[in-house]
Design a protein around this ligand. Structure first.
Ligand code: E4P
Length: 218
């Protein structure tokens, strides 16, 4: 499973990339606004740190504007993935980019029907937002199961399932069990994935016993 981090915070990206566990980054207009920085500058800076896919989202709502913005974003670095909303214009732009060999991430997916359309449009990734569905008392993970099942039934559909709006380590584990290709994970959730109280307690005991031996390895 690919792990992307869902942030436009350069310090977080730098710190988590150093673990060697980050395959890519996703951003969106809200995350860019939160960073308080210029969109293009942030994306360029992320591309200096991360060699894997970096999603940069268009903000135009109509086809022509999306294509123009997407081309500009794609030209920033070889690993830019143009992020497009799941609307008729967004999918039309997705088809155009797919025909041109430009990678895409179709975002704001909330149904299996939408995911099927994104795959038909040749999306590289589709992003179902599971946390936002959970917020409405709809089971986000059921949507992931449905999309994985549909895509597996049609091997010619090459779109990867990018589990988005993840809120907990359990979201990642359950999506991995379903065979989802990728998850985009907020930094706090990725850090939480490392944690287990028995790891901390076990390490503490090992270190206390080791100290009693008076030995060193180096
Ligand atoms: C995905 O690409 C989005 O940036 C993100 O996962 C949305 O998450 P949120 O629902 O926590 O804002």
């Amino acid at each position: 499973m690919e792990f992307f981090i869902d942030t436009a915070d350069i310090n977080e990206i730098r710190e988590l990339a150093a673990t060697g566990l980050v395959d890519g980054v996703t951003t969106n207009p809200s995350l860019i606004a939160k960073s308080g920085r210029q969109f293009i500058e942030v994306i360029k800076e992320i591309a200096e740190i991360i060699s894997g896919p970096i999603s940069a989202e268009v903000t135009s709502l109509e086809y022509g504007g999306m294509v123009a913005e997407g081309r500009k974003l794609a030209a920033l670095a070889d690993n830019i993935v143009v992020k497009l909303p799941l609307t008729p214009d967004g999918l039309k732009a997705c088809k155009t980019f797919s025909d041109e060999g430009i990678s895409t991430n179709v975002t704001l997916c909330f149904s299996a029907a939408q995911a099927l359309l994104a795959a038909k449009a040749g999306a590289t990734y589709v992003s179902p937002f599971i946390g936002r569905l959970d917020d409405l008392a709809q089971d986000g993970l059921t949507l992931i199961a449905d999309i994985v099942e549909i895509y597996n039934a049609y091997p010619d559909l090459t779109t990867k399932v990018l589990v988005a709006s993840t809120r907990s380590p359990l979201h990642i584990v359950e999506a991995a069990k379903m065979g989802a290709d990728t998850a985009t994970i907020p930094p706090a959730v990725l850090r939480a994935m490392f944690k287990h109280p028995l790891t901390d307690r076990g390490l503490e005991a090992f270190m206390a016993d080791w100290e009693k031996t008076g030995q060193t390895i180096l």
